[in-house]
Design a protein around this ligand. Structure first.
Ligand SMILES: Cc1cc2nc3c(=O)[nH]c(=O)nc-3n(C[C@H](O)[C@H](O)[C@H](O)COP(=O)(O)O)c2cc1C
Length: 335
């Protein structure tokens, strides 16, 4: 793959982790980075909440670690340009976010709770507002004296009749977005069916005159599917979501296979050890929380690490009842 530039940031191997609420905790992002993901954004964080509640309450989800992340990226969602201006000013004035390298804006979330507020994929119905959000974010970065590119993650349309994707992408680029990532599904498709690479290609084409990279997203899980997504969309890079759940090795697999190297799948033991590592690091990150709460939150993640193992169903049931790290270790027969 060719290197890409997102604003001032050069990326040699443009395959990133797609943000995933519930999965994109800092330890997992660090692990995916070690496996070769170019960068790994946080899950969506409310710009309005940062504006009005500050970073204390939000720091769990917006936490970055420039010492362990090559390119720390925060994804914000919201519907009011002023919320983004205020949130960005707060973030960039806070010493904990000095190493922030990219700000991403969510314009694709299909969840009703988010859409109801005019955020996420609802922004696809209001390109003027979406552009105003990009412009306000870029301006707030400039006013803070920072050099941080603003990127957008969106879908191919609000619904199946919506043909405005190319115009929407172009509007975001003209408003100042330094990269656009396109998930090849419309909002009502949620995550069902196949990603529409032709629709991504039309949007990529529309953005060409603006000279910014486009990343394609949807259904990439190995070298073959990565090549197909790149060739069919004409995109400059890729984001990988679901295939990375419990499988951070997917980044190494894609890169190895694209570059013609044999990839050796991790053993069941390696997967179990990685599950435990993520859990222990999540615990360390949340030292002020009760251990049981951290383990319970991790219950939705654990099954992905043991998928495909013999006896996975019984193992999954046991893990989904665990409330302590010791219990998880015992179930997985790890020291
Ligand atoms: C559990 C889950 C949580 C997600 N949370 C976010 C999110 O916080 N922000 C975002 O932009 N997309 C989110 N997405 C969408 C993914 O980033 C990605 O666009 C989608 O899964 C399609 O890519 P894939 O086929 O590689 O999974 C989420 C997806 C899943 C499955």
């Amino acid at each position: 793959m060719n290197p890409v530039k997102i604003g001032n940031i050069k990326i040699d191997n443009p395959i990133c982790l797609a943000p995933m609420a519930g999965f994109s905790a800092l330890p997992f992002r660090v692990i995916c980075g070690e496996m070769g993901a170019a960068y790994c954004p946080t899950e969506l964080v409310s710009a309005r909440s940062i504006r009005f509640n500050g970073l204390g309450r939000n720091s769990r989800y917006s936490k970055i670690d420039p010492a362990r992340e090559k390119i720390p990226v925060i994804q914000l969602f919201g519907s009011e340009p002023e919320d983004f201006s205020a949130a960005v000013s707060k973030l960039l004035a806070d010493p904990r976010y000095q190493g922030l390298k990219i700000l991403d804006i969510n314009m694709g979330c299909p969840v009703p709770k988010v859409i109801k507020t005019g955020s996420g994929s609802a922004l696809m119905t209001d390109p003027v507002r979406a552009s105003a959000i990009v412009a306000a974010t870029v301006k707030a970065v400039e006013q803070a004296g920072a050099d941080i590119p603003v990127t957008c993650k969106t879908r191919t349309g609000y619904d199946d009749r919506d043909k405005s994707g190319p115009d929407f992408a172009r509007a975001l680029a003209e408003a100042g977005a330094s990269m656009i990532c396109i998930h090849g599904r419309t909002r009502p498709q949620m995550y069902a069916g196949y990603a529409d690479y032709d629709a991504i290609a039309r949007m990529t084409e529309a953005v060409k005159p603006c000279n910014i990279p486009v990343f394609a997203n949807g259904d990439v899980k190995d070298g073959k599917s990565a090549l197909k997504a790149l060739e069919r969309t004409g995109a400059d890079g890729l984001m990988v979501g679901r295939a990375a759940r419990g499988n951070p090795w997917v980044f190494r697999k894609i890169t190895d296979e694209l570059e013609g190297r044999e990839f050796e799948e991790p053993s069941d033991l390696e997967k179990r050890q990685m599950l435990l590592r993520e859990l222990i690091e999540r615990r360390e990150e949340n030292a002020d929380c009760e251990e049981g709460a951290v383990v319970r939150e991790f219950r939705s993640v654990m099954p992905f690490y043991i998928k495909g193992e013999e006896g996975a169903a019984a193992l999954k049931r046991a893990l989904c009842n665990a409330s302590s790290i010791d219990e998880v270790k015992e179930i997985l027969e790890l020291d």
